[in-house]
Design a protein around this ligand. Sequence first.
Ligand code: HEC
Ligand code: HEC
Length: 256
Amino acid sequence: MRIISMTLTVLLLSGMAMTTPSQGQQRNIFADPQNLQVLPADISPGELSSIMRGFTSSLGRRCAQCHMGEEDMSIFDYDFASDERPLKLVAREMLKMVMSINQTISGIDRGPDYEAITVTCITCHRGTNKPVMIESIMDDEIATGGGDAAAAKYRELREAFFGGFAYDFSAVAMARYADNLSAAGNGEAAIKLHLMNVEFNPSVPRVYFSMGNTYEREGMLALAIATYRKLLEVDPSLALRLEPGIAELEEQLAAQ
Ligand code: HEC
Ligand code: HEC
């Protein structure tokens, strides 16, 4: 929903929609800017418009979150020159940062034919307010509420953002994250997240492989064996590689 309404806004606000006949003249909100401190004062209206629309889509924000205006107000009644909204000031510093990053990149000598890639807001932000990795969100949830809280948060974010590129919801990323948790001593959270990962990705071999590793590390041999057997069902081509290890685990289990 959010994405759709944002796209609509961008469409509605873009190009001609932002100019309107007023007293027989076309008014363009991007013409004649009064308070540009980073962008060049003589920037063309088209360029300024495309940068501002880039800000909204890269950050998942609306004009009124950085500029003095309200959602139900005509765009022509906004005070775009005002610096009153704190987010505008953050954005201005970000703009300086991005320019400096690009300057550094283009200053690296990679030979005369090399074309440097330009960093823009979306390179980091990926459509979200703050560019946070899903792994750091999980770390915070685990620290405060354990594995259940982390799994609940993951489900919530996946529901809202799956299909976009704000977060990496791939099976492999979660498999790796959960197995690392167990290596770092948090088997409880690791197992809960593996179980959730299996639920979302029941046919991805790597998910069972990492989960089996975790069970093994946690000393839960019967579950490790069952998980590796499930892995063989999903990918029978692994039989030669896995069977000896499974047999060894079965011996260990029998000896317990
Ligand atoms: C993330 C914050 C952010 C968002 C979202 C944003 N802007 Fe801006 N806008 C800025 C910043 C920062 C400047 C000033 C840049 C500078 O100082 O060079 C600016 C400048 C402007 C200016 C020039 C104002 C002047 O007179 O100096 C206009 C017009 C403008 N924005 C329109 C828009 C519109 C329309 C939207 C929505 C499509 C929008 N902006 C979305 C941050 C934002
Ligand atoms: C190199 C990565 C990177 C790039 C590129 C980048 N940002 Fe950011 N931005 C961040 C990080 C990290 C934060 C969070 C900082 C913090 O925790 O306060 C952030 C935070 C922000 C915030 C405040 C978000 C909030 O809700 O508090 C705004 C606004 C913002 N960026 C605007 C921009 C704009 C506009 C651009 C492009 C001109 C941009 N950023 C490019 C890394 C980046």
